[in-house]
Design a binder for this molecule. Structure first.
Ligand SMILES: [Fe+2]
Length: 332
C-alpha cells in the first residue's frame, strides 16, 4: 500500500504541537517536579491549576496541570494554527467530517476550538496566547533539565494507518516511520514545524497519550535532571535512559511525573523542510532502531500511557486494520 502524499494546501494551517493539558492529584508535588527536575518556568499558579512554559518560550503556557480527584487523564493535546481564520476553517472541516467540535472558553489563550478526532484524541486548537518574557538569558533561573520548549507529543492508537492518512490530509509531513514494509506500519513521525516530529503515532491500545517532550539545551542537562530527580526523591521516576534514539537520533531521558504522566527530555534533532526528502523507513527487526546502545526500555514504557478524559480506550489488534479512512469516518 503506498504511503499518503504530502498535502501542500491543507484545509487549515496547523503550525505546531504547542501545549498539553493534564489532570493531577497534587499540584504541590507536580510543581516541585516540573520546576526543579524538568526545569520549566511557572507562569501562573491558581488554586486549581498550574501553567508552565519552557525557558525559551514566550507564550503563556505549554503545559497546564489541573487538579482533579479522579484518575490522571490527558484533557487535551494543543495544536497551534496560524490565525483565527484557520480556526474557523478547522471548525467547518471537523464538523463536515462528523467529529465532535465546539468553541471553548479557555483561560490565558485566545479563541479556542475543542475537537475529538476520529480516533478519540481530544484536540485543542488556538492561534494566540498572552506573551511573557523569555527566560533564556536569565541564567540564575535555569534549573534541572532546563526544558526549553515543547517539541512533540506521542500518541497510541489501534488505527495507526488511518491516523496517518487523516493527519497527512491536515498537512502533516511524514518524516520517518517504523515498518518492516509499507503494509505493516508500527509507528509514524509527523511534522508541521520543520523538524522530524510534532505528533508521533504508535500502534497500541488507544487513544492514549504516551509522552510529551521538551527540548533540553545540552546532553549534560539530561544528566542534571536525573541528578536533581534523585536528590528530590524522584529517582524512581527516571523510567528510560539516558540513551540515544534511532529515529530522530536525539539523546533522551524519560521520566514519569508524580501522577504517572510520561515526559521526555531530549537534546533536539535535525530539520526537515525540503520536499525532495523522502520519509525514512526504520526496520523494527534492526536492533539499532530502538537501541543503538544502552539498556532496552522496560516493558511498562511500551504498555503504560495516559488515557484521554472522556474517551474510551480500544484494544489494538495485532493485525493491521483493513478499513479505509473514508469508510471509518462514515461508520464512526
Ligand atoms: Fe519523543
Amino acid at each position: 500500500m503506498p504511503l499518503p502524499s504530502i498535502v501542500l494546501d491543507p484545509p487549515f494551517n496547523i503550525t505546531r504541537a504547542s501545549h498539553i493539558a493534564l489532570t493531577v492529584a497534587d499540584l504541590g508535588a507536580s510543581r516541585v517536579f516540573y520546576e526543579e527536575v524538568i526545569g520549566l518556568v511557572l507562569t501562573l499558579a491558581t488554586e486549581d491549576a498550574l501553567y508552565f512554559r519552557g525557558v525559551e518560550e514566550a507564550c503563556h503556557h505549554s503545559l497546564v496541570l489541573r487538579k482533579s480527584g479522579s484518575a490522571p487523564r490527558c484533557q487535551q493535546i494543543g495544536l497551534r494554527v496560524l490565525t483565527d481564520e484557520d480556526l474557523i476553517k478547522a471548525h467547518a472541516f471537523f464538523q463536515q467530517r462528523g467529529c465532535p467540535v465546539q468553541w471553548a472558553e479557555v483561560a490565558h489563550q485566545g479563541k479556542t476550538l475543542h475537537v475529538v478526532d476520529p480516533f478519540g484524541m481530544q484536540l485543542e486548537f488556538c492561534s494566540r496566547m498572552p506573551v511573557q518574557p523569555r527566560q533564556i538569558t536569565s541564567f540564575q533561573r535555569h534549573k534541572g533539565g532546563c526544558g526549553l520548549r515543547m517539541d512533540h507529543i506521542q500518541l497510541l492508537t489501534p488505527h495507526l494507518r488511518l491516523a496517518l492518512e487523516f493527519y497527512m490530509s491536515l498537512g502533516f509531513w511524514l518524516t520517518e516511520y517504523v515498518a518492516p514494509d509499507d503494509d505493516h506500519i508500527r509507528a509514524v513521525f509527523l511534522q508541521r514545524k520543520g523538524n522530524p516530529h510534532d505528533l508521533v503515532f504508535f500502534h497500541g491500545d488507544g487513544p492514549r497519550m504516551h509522552h510529551f517532550a521538551f527540548v533540553a539545551p545540552e546532553t549534560q542537562h539530561l544528566l542534571r535532571a536525573c541528578d536533581t530527580a534523585g536528590e528530590l526523591g524522584f529517582g524512581a521516576k527516571v523510567e528510560r535512559g539516558p540513551g540515544r534514539h534511532g529515529p530522530g537520533h536525539a539523546q533522551f531521558v524519560y521520566f514519569r511525573d508524580p501522577d504517572g504522566h510520561r515526559i521526555e527530555l531530549f537534546n533536539t534533532h535535525y530539520q526537515v523542510m525540503d520536499l525532495e526528502n523522502e520519509p525514512v523507513r526504520w526496520d523494527p527487526n534492526d536492533p539499532a532502531v530502538a537501541y543503538p546502545w544502552g539498556m532496552p526500555a522496560r516493558s511498562r514504557w511500551f504498555e503504560q500511557a495516559t488515557p484521554f478524559e472522556g474517551s474510551e480506550v480500544t484494544a489494538a489488534s495485532p493485525k493491521p486494520n483493513p478499513m479505509t479512512l473514508e469508510r471509518f469516518l462514515r461508520e464512526d
